[in-house]
Design a protein around this ligand. Structure first.
Ligand code: SOE
Length: 387
């Protein structure tokens, strides 16, 4: 196993990225922009990796990667690669991430951390061992870097909503509402692990934990597949993941969270709504208005209460100073740039970026408990973190 030497040298950190479709495009944009807006250690994009030689070469040219390759293993032997950013499908995460960490590369991996708890546990073990050698890792729950959600977390931790009683988290999409929409790796358990559950409930659950700084103690869940066969390359193929999922989570603090996710919620395109209700106030967030936060202060006289709209777009709000003058709004893509900023800064500082693989594992355990509860029909699954 290698230990990290490159941080000590003067040369820029070299970056390799694996995967070049949707998430690869989002991450590429962040790598391209981050140094123009934020103070980050010097780095250079070196190579984009994908399985299709022509496809990855075209993507590399388009997104500004100087080189492309088809074998992810080839980057592990390269001395000029210090960071591996994994945007490949979930079934590849564990193998690539563990090998990269063992080769002495810092690793950023898209969410969810893995397809199974066993894989996530192995990744967390590899991350712990690597950290001792100065090698960092992080899982890409990019919504943690939405400035409005960072403000929401600050308000909650300052006690501005008091004791949180319950949270509603709903992440709804409709790109599978059409039952003739085709089969893809995201609809196959072997490649994606699960459906709406892993893809978008992972974000919602991570947000509940992030906003409240809490832990999940009990899970009751239900998953459902409405369209069980979809057109594939060889005719109709079986869909082996959920289209939608529901869960109630008991939290260590005594609060309860409801989580509802769907990829067949007709008309909903990418709607992540989070609502936090405490005994002194409430917070509302909607990803489709991501520069805003609704805040109700229940300590005010009742006649003055009502939700205030905070435009989270002032220089004192998280990340905002680096961008535009006040009031010039940010978008979804900025969250990835913020994520890369924090990852690079943590590498330079020898700090531990968050969300860590251990935090990714915690989410993975909740996802598995939702599936277990659903399969058992109405069971409540107790969650205890192993020592
Ligand atoms: C696809 O459903 C998806 O792209 C997720 O994979 C992302 O994590 C989410 O941000 C948007 O939807």
């Amino acid at each position: 196993m290698n230990s990290k030497k490159s941080n000590d040298s003067a040369r820029p950190l070299g970056v390799a990225m694996i995967g070049y479709s949707f998430m690869g495009k989002a991450h590429s944009n962040a790598w391209r922009n981050v140094a123009a807006y934020f103070e980050v250690p010097a780095f250079e994009r070196r190579v984009l990796v994908g399985r299709d030689a022509d496809g990855v070469a075209a993507a590399a040219a388009k997104y500004g990667w100087p080189e492309s390759a088809t074998d992810w293993r080839s980057v592990l032997d390269r001395d000029d690669v210090d960071i591996v950013d994994i945007c490949a499908p979930g079934f590849m995460h564990a193998e690539i991430a563990i090998a990269a960490l063992e080769a002495g590369k810092h690793v950023l991996v898209e969410k969810p951390l893995a397809n199974t708890v066993a894989e996530a546990e192995a990744m967390a073990r590899a991350a712990t061992a690597a950290r001792e050698r100065g090698i960092q890792s992080m899982v890409g729950f990019n919504y943690r870097r939405v400035p409005a959600l960072m403000l929401a977390r600050e308000l909650i931790s300052e006690g501005r909503v008091g004791t949180v009683r319950h949270v509603r988290a709903a992440y709804l999409q409709d790109w599978l509402a059409d039952e003739t929409a085709s089969m893809s790796w995201r609809l196959d358990k072997a490649t994606a692990g699960s459906g709406a559950l892993g893809d978008i409930a992972s974000h919602a659950i991570d947000q509940v934990l992030f906003l409240l700084g809490d832990r999940v103690t009990e899970v009751s869940g239900r998953t459902h597949t409405f369209t069980t066969r979809r057109p594939g390359a060889d005719g109709l193929e079986e869909v082996t993941v959920d289209d939608a999922a529901w869960a109630t989570l008991s939290l260590g603090s005594g609060a309860i969270a409801s989580v509802e996710v769907s990829r067949v919620a007709t008309g909903q395109k990418n709607s992540l709504k989070l609502e936090v209700y405490g005994d002194k106030g409430s917070i509302l967030f909607d990803l489709e208005d991501l520069n805003e936060l609704g805040f109700l202060d229940a300590t005010l006289p009742v006649r003055e209460q009502g939700f205030r709209r905070i435009l989270v777009n002032e220089p004192m709000h998280p990340f905002l100073e680096a961008w535009w003058p006040q009031g010039h709004i940010l978008g979804w893509e900025h969250t990835f740039t913020h994520q890369i900023r924090d990852f690079l800064q943590a590498i330079a500082a020898g700090g531990h970026p968050s969300p860590s693989f251990e935090e990714g594992l915690t989410v993975q355990r909740v996802l598995a408990a939702v599936e277990e509860s659903s399969a058992a029909k109405s069971a409540i699954i107790q969650l205890t973190e192993p020592d």
